[in-house]
Design a protein around this ligand. Structure first.
Ligand SMILES: [Zn+2]
Length: 426
């Protein structure tokens, strides 16, 4: 007897008419026709079943704080950091926990079941760290939360290494950094070395905010790739943002990208944030500021799209919808070929799962029975429609449902209803 049987699903790799059998929280079989008894059946009716959305770059300590204590008037990164500085002394643990849990509710509703969140370690009280460690434990049955020790004010600039180490001692999973915010290029490079060595000693992964600037001479990614290589951290280091790469000299980048590939450093672009925050010192032409996603992918580098912010000092919008993130990434990077659009879908599913080192991720026998039924037939349609999450399943149990997106029409001689999915004959 199965716990759950999904009938007639399409999968992101293009297979259609698949049944998925679940027992004990795991997928036990994927095949065209499975004729076993099941406690519960979910008819996919030909629509696409995808592994859950994954967000490899977020700030859950700041989320849903929009307007506290005021709104970011200029919309710049630096005013956002200053505003976060004003908010920090006013934070309470209860309010942090409540906002984070509320965001996780939104995430589950949108089929987003794994999030890597940076947590500011510069406050010596480690209020946000303790709050998010509590949240991580609380949401573990339905959402995988991975925490990054993030010295927002610069680990050297703010003398923050001791509080960062205490955060890691408390159980924070990943070592973060922000080299471009240190006082000088030299100190930025020194911070990369210091933090990578800390990760190496502890056997942890690294994920740095790296070169989130339009300055083409901000080249900390080069140091990050070098330290990864030197310390043998291959495949465990990620550079987040990397926006300076947008403005770098092409000749320099032709050397840099192979160095990243050699060190197996992955990249996370944050299209919603990068497109609103970068290029703010430009008149016209105005740079887009997102890193070179197609070029990185062509070099075999793992690239994910992150949400980064939702309703916080840096970004006023957002609703935990990774399809909205993929949609923006596709447009900003002009990834409009069919193959590239599939890569944009992978950038919010399988790529961030790999970057975070999630185990048992995917729709295959042995994987966790975690998946999302979308009101779409393939990845391109999912992005085009920011498709409704008809059912969200965690460990074989449906934990969220959304009604299909349809509109009723009252037009002479026209259909009574539209769902924005054109007929496919044959
Ligand atoms: Zn960030």
């Amino acid at each position: 007897m199965l716990d759950l049987l999904v009938k007639n699903a399409s999968l992101p790799d293009g297979r259609s008419g698949q049944d998925i059998a679940v027992r004990g929280g795991r997928i036990v079989e994927v095949a065209p026709t499975i004729a076993a008894q099941a406690a519960q059946t979910l008819d996919a009716a030909g629509l696409m079943l995808t592994p859950p959305f994954v967000d490899a770059h977020f700030h859950m300590d700041a989320t849903l704080s929009y307007g506290l204590p005021r709104v970011n008037a200029s919309g710049t990164l630096l005013e956002g950091i200053a505003l976060w500085g004003e908010l920090k002394p006013l934070l309470t643990q209860d309010a942090l926990v409540e906002r984070a849990l509320a965001y996780c509710d939104w995430a589950v509703a949108k089929g987003l079941l794994a999030i890597r969140t940076h947590v500011d370690t510069c406050d010596p009280r480690l209020l946000a760290v303790e709050a998010l460690l509590h949240v991580k434990k609380k949401v573990a049955p339905y959402l995988d939360l991975q925490l990054v020790a993030f010295p927002q004010d610069g680990v050297l600039r703010s003398h923050g290494i001791e509080s960062l180490r205490r955060a890691l001692d408390l159980g924070v999973d990943v070592v973060g950094g922000i080299p471009h915010f240190e006082r000088t290029m030299t100190e930025g490079a020194a911070s990369v070395k210091l933090l990578c060595e800390e990760a190496e000693r502890r056997g942890l992964r690294v994920d740095m905010h790296c070169d989130e600037t339009d300055d083409p001479l901000s080249r900390h990614i080069e140091t990050l790739a070098y330290e990864t290589q030197r310390l043998g951290l291959h495949g465990r280091v990620n550079g987040s943002h990397l926006t300076s790469m947008h403005s770098m000299d092409n000749y320099y980048v032709s050397k840099l990208i192979p160095l990243m590939a050699e060190a197996q450093v992955s990249a996370v672009a944050n299209p919603l944030i990068n497109i609103t925050i970068q290029g703010r010192h430009d008149t016209y032409p105005k740079r887009r500021g997102m890193t070179r996603v197609p070029e990185l992918l062509a070099a075999g580098i793992d690239v994910a799209f992150g949400h980064d912010c939702v309703m916080d000092p840096w970004y006023s919008l957002g609703a935990a919808d990774m399809l909205e993130v993929a949609h923006m990434g596709l447009h900003v990077a002009q990834m409009t070929s069919v193959a590239a659009m599939h890569q944009c879908f992978a950038a919010v599913t399988s790529a961030p799962a790999k970057i975070m080192g999630l185990d048992g991720y995917g729709i295959a026998p042995g994987c966790h029975a975690d998946f999302v039924l979308l009101q779409a037939r393939d990845p391109v349609e999912a992005i085009r429609l920011r498709a409704a999450r008809l059912a969200v399943v965690r460990r074989g149990k449906v934990i969220a449902r959304t009604a299909p997106n349809t509109a009723a029409l009252d037009l002479p001689g026209r259909p009574a209803q539209v769902d924005f999915m054109p007929r496919r004959d044959g």
